[in-house]
Design a protein around this ligand. Structure first.
Ligand SMILES: [Fe+2]
Length: 288
């Protein structure tokens, strides 16, 4: 059993106090489709509206909807088997490293831990630690619309072959009020390119994304609430971001918000050291 699985097992044993038992969630979600329902996928070059490219160049962020490019309901089906995050409370997560190969196809890489230096992550439970998570399910990463999304995302930023891309499914569920960032506050993720895609938000208020020019939060750039299927693209090395607390709207009813975070081209030396160790042939943004 590897470290990630061991952590998940330990956590599963100590997770009884959460209101919603994992087993109770099974009926809540659609079953992930194993057949490949044909989607009309746009060419990578036409995936994003022209405004996205223009806004990224002008203001370092842009918001778009991809509900017509993905089978969102099928993606939501992968939420029910997420393991709990072994490092923080009330969060569930899987993550995998991907890249484009020399033929420009999406491939899944092996294990490499998340490694965020304290410069980029203020949360005591996460900063300067190696964090191991269960990988994304193969039935998810093999989906045609997932691969099309990753490819179009990489093309949008100009990410080349063998540059490691981190893709996470993560989110919170429970009751009361939860800080989805678990103490990170206004922060950056230590990379150049980052996008946040909301998969679902059920029975929640809050979770408002805010972008700032500075880490102290004095220069606010925008606030936005992302609906399921909406994605916020950020030049992570140019801006700082936060998300407000999530509050259960109706007590006693199911409450959760899950997102996909995808990022690449790390400026965090700690993460790059780990990437170099685990993926010796990777193309990294070693700017130090
Ligand atoms: Fe972040």
């Amino acid at each position: 059993m590897n470290i990630a699985n061991r952590g998940v097992r330990q956590l599963a044993d100590s997770s009884r106090k959460i209101t919603l038992e994992q087993g109770g969630l099974v009926e809540h979600y659609p079953t992930p489709k194993t057949d490949t329902t044909p989607l009309r996928l746009p060419l990578a070059s036409q995936y994003w509206p022209e405004a996205v490219h223009e806004e990224l160049a002008r203001q370092h962020w842009s918001k778009a909807s991809i509900t017509s490019q993905i089978d969102l309901e099928a993606w939501q089906g992968f939420l029910k088997d997420l393991p709990r995050d072994p490092y923080v409370n009330t969060r569930w997560k899987r993550m995998s490293w991907l890249h484009l190969n020399d033929q420009h196809e999406v491939e899944t890489l092996g294990e490499c831990p998340m490694a965020q230096g304290g410069k980029f992550n203020d949360a005591a439970s996460m900063a300067d630690r190696l964090r191991y998570y269960a990988p994304l399910e193969e039935s998810f990463t093999e989906r045609e619309d997932v691969r099309a999304f990753v490819k179009a995302w990489a093309d949008m930023w100009g990410i080349g072959p063998r540059e490691p891309i981190l893709m996470q499914i993560t989110g919170v569920r429970g009751d009361g009020t939860i800080d989805p960032l678990q103490g990170q506050g206004i922060h950056a993720d230590g990379c150049k390119y980052l996008s946040i895609l909301v998969l679902n938000r059920e029975n929640v208020s809050g979770a408002i994304n805010t972008l700032y020019q500075d880490k102290a939060g004095k220069e606010l750039l925008t606030t936005t609430e992302l609906a399921p299927g909406e994605v916020l693209h950020i030049h992570d090395d140019q801006l700082f971001h936060s998300v407000s607390s999530i509050t259960q709207e109706n007590a006693g009813e199911h409450f959760e918000r899950f997102i996909i975070i995808i990022n690449c081209s790390f400026i965090d030396e700690f993460q790059n050291r780990m990437l170099r160790r685990h993926f010796p042939d990777a193309v990294l943004n070693d700017c130090e």
